[in-house]
Design a protein. Structure first.
Length: 339
């Protein structure tokens, strides 16, 4: 686990006694190994060490998913996925963002301390504008403000996320500084916590693995689909012939082997000496990914077959954190002169 900067709790504010962590994940499609290697495995590890709050951010997903039934279904799937991968409702709080709507009020209040220019320069906003030019909605621009509200509504100081979220988290820190500067020390400046795989590239070997880019290896897909996705991966583009020596350090398949077995050096050596070909290395990776997620996949299918169990976990989660959300909003109202 790595963190970006040392802790900087806001002095004099009503901070939680122990560090609290928060992270959110969008129900915008099937979870992929980038989500797991970059974030979810830290969610699981950190639930034992901190007061952990995890959220399925359905408001955020509305910036790109406009079909109500699809959003409901994906929210169910992401909830089951997180539980299947090891989130334990006895050790963490799992809830759905829209079930604690205080966050939308806080986001609005934060817009009043956030210059528009900060949002316009966000790299993800620029990317999304390119990826969905026919739907550049206001939510895409203000996404980081809602994300800041997500985190600090619970006064979380640590945020397990992939590296792609670094700019958003920096913006959260700027918004917190702007708010604290105008209204007095209220919120801690949260820090990112990264895994050993903070950026997982997609099957194209060029861009971040991303649900919306369709370059993913899905965790809970059928084994045949996982095999197909892995076999489609771009490897070392300079290795043309089977007899050419490979460069495992630039090959995405080889890089992923680091996280699916403890013999990656041997695999890399096979590539370097052309003892093994790209197809062999891909086949091995596919089987290892299938084996790694076999048990979570069974749990996932069980949970999907028992929706009331998942709904109960989510309802209890939203209820458990209600007092924290209310206390923060009372404090914010008082500081801003609203009530
Ligand atoms: N490729 C990745 N490598 C490392 N970490 C990643 N994460 C996502 N992709 C990678 C981390 O997973 C958490 C949840 O991400 P998200 O689904 O809420 O949003 P995202 O980052 O926008 O993921 P996608 O797949 O790219 O979603 P779409 O396509 O819907 O925008 C985050 O901590 C993220 O860093």
């Amino acid at each position: 686990m790595t963190t970006e900067t040392p802790p900087s709790p806001a002095a004099g504010s009503t901070l939680p006694a122990a560090p609290r962590i928060f992270s959110g994940i969008q129900p915008s499609g099937a979870p992929h190994i980038g989500n797991d290697l970059g974030a979810i495995r830290n969610y699981v590890a950190l639930q034992d060490r901190y007061e952990a709050i995890y959220c399925i951010v359905d408001y955020h997903a509305l910036t790109s998913t406009h079909d109500p039934e699809m959003l409901r279904q994906r929210t169910r799937e992401m909830s089951a996925a997180l539980l299947a991968l090891g989130l334990d409702p006895e050790r963490c709080t799992l809830f759905v963002q829209s079930h604690r709507p205080e966050v939308t009020e806080l986001a609005w209040l934060f817009t009043t301390v956030t210059p528009v220019a900060w949002l316009q320069r966000t790299p993800t906003y620029k990317e999304k504008r390119q990826n969905q030019p026919e739907d550049v909605n206001h939510g895409l621009l203000t996404y980081p403000v809602l994300q800041a509200a997500d985190i600090v509504l619970y006064k979380a100081s640590l945020v397990p996320v992939g590296k792609d979220q670094a700019a958003h988290l920096e913006l959260t820190r700027e918004i917190v500084r702007a708010f604290n500067g105008r209204y007095g020390e209220t919120f801690p400046e949260p820090q990112a916590v990264h895994t050993e795989a903070p950026v997982v590239l997609g099957t194209d070997g060029a861009r971040k693995m991303s649900k919306s880019l369709g370059n993913t290896i899905e965790i809970f897909a059928e084994p045949e689909t996982i095999r197909r996705q892995v076999m489609s991966m771009v490897t070392d583009t300079q290795r043309i012939l089977r007899s050419d020596q490979g460069r495992p350090e630039v090959c995405n398949v080889c890089r992923l082997h680091r996280f699916f077995g403890d013999d990656y050096e041997e695999i890399w050596d096979g590539e370097r000496t052309a003892r093994t070909g790209c197809v062999d290395t891909k086949k091995l990776l596919a089987e290892r990914i299938i084996a790694r997620y076999a048990e979570p996949r069974e749990r996932y299918l069980e949970l999907m077959a028992d929706p009331t169990r998942v709904e109960r976990v989510l309802a209890e989660g939203a209820e458990r954190i209600r007092p924290i959300a209310r206390a923060t909003m009372d404090e914010v109202h008082a500081r801003m002169g609203l009530r």
